[in-house]
Design a protein around this ligand. Structure first.
Ligand SMILES: Nc1ncnc2c1ncn2[C@@H]1O[C@H](COP(=O)(O)OP(=O)(O)OP(=O)(O)O)[C@@H](O)[C@H]1O
Length: 255
């Protein structure tokens, strides 16, 4: 199921962020969105996550223009997209409960009610999904630990596991490793590859170009009010078409 932004543009008040952004992520690929701070990476992810409607253009998921379909249809499309925010956003409960939450919020109402009545923890399928997701980020042994006692890196990994537990079709990651040490970064990057290998389409917003090189199949360069280039990682980094990409990749300042 392809998720696509088609000519998307947006302004906050009279401050334009970007215009005419078109890009897509296919199942089983990792697309990195790179660009300087303030270029609009988070804003673009929020549009791709169907959280907000852009001023211009459309977001198309599985062939449906998501802001043109009835709200109920949009909500069911949104459930198929997982998003991991910069802030891990865990709540005060043990690690397993935090991961279960991912299942709880994305389930259709009927199933959700059934889960509530059955007691989510006791349901085998759910417990299994929680355990598998935690294993993928190397934290299965911390399932019963209080989330508040985790390190920042572990909290991010739990947040990732929470998004994976529901087995989304698309996973959006906003600077997933920005404050993490190399070990936690490596675990998350490995989990990104595992998600891709399961057929999930992954979008990673990052200002870490090395990370984009390590995990992405394709990269979109967001700067100067738009996507100036999108293509296979190696091509974009080694022989960029756009001079602004070349400068950005070389670490020269680009506005
Ligand atoms: N809700 C909002 N209201 C007003 N301005 C906003 C809002 N959200 C974002 N902006 C502005 O839009 C621009 C893009 O912000 P965004 O967070 O999308 O950039 P970014 O590329 O993700 O940056 P960073 O790498 O620093 O996280 C910034 O100038 C920001 O101040």
């Amino acid at each position: 199921m392809t998720l696509r932004a088609d000519g998307v543009g947006h302004a906050f008040g009279d401050e334009p962020v970007f215009s005419n952004v078109s890009l897509a992520v296919d199942p089983g690929e990792v697309l990195a969105i790179i660009g300087p701070s303030g270029a609009g990476k988070t804003t673009l992810l929020r549009f791709l996550g169907l959280f907000e409607r852009p001023d211009e253009g459309s977001v198309v998921f599985d062939g449906a223009d998501v802001w043109a379909v009835p709200e109920a249809d949009r909500l069911s499309l949104r459930r198929r997209v997982g998003m991991v925010f910069q802030d891990a956003g865990l709540f005060e409960a043990d690690v397993a409960r935090n991961v279960e939450y991912g299942l709880r919020v994305r389930r259709p109402w009927g199933e959700r009610l059934r889960d509530e009545l059955a007691g989510l923890v006791g349901r085998n399928g759910t417990a299994e999904a929680v355990r598998e997701s935690l294993e993928l980020v190397g934290l299965a042994d911390k399932a019963d630990q209080d989330a508040a006692s985790l390190s920042g890196g572990e909290a991010q990994r739990v947040s990732f596991a929470r998004a994976l537990a529901y087995d989304p079709d698309v996973l959006l990651l906003d600077e997933p490793t920005s404050d993490l040490d190399p070990r936690n970064t490596a675990v998350i990057e490995e989990a990104v590859r595992a998600a891709r290998d399961r057929g999930i389409g992954v979008v990673v917003a990052t200002h870490d170009m090395n990370q984009a090189r390590r995990v992405a199949d394709r990269v979109a360069v967001l700067l100067d009010g738009g996507v100036v280039e999108v293509g296979p990682v190696e091509r974009v980094f080694e022989t960029p078409d756009d001079e602004r990409t070349r400068k950005f990749v070389a670490g020269e300042l680009v506005y």
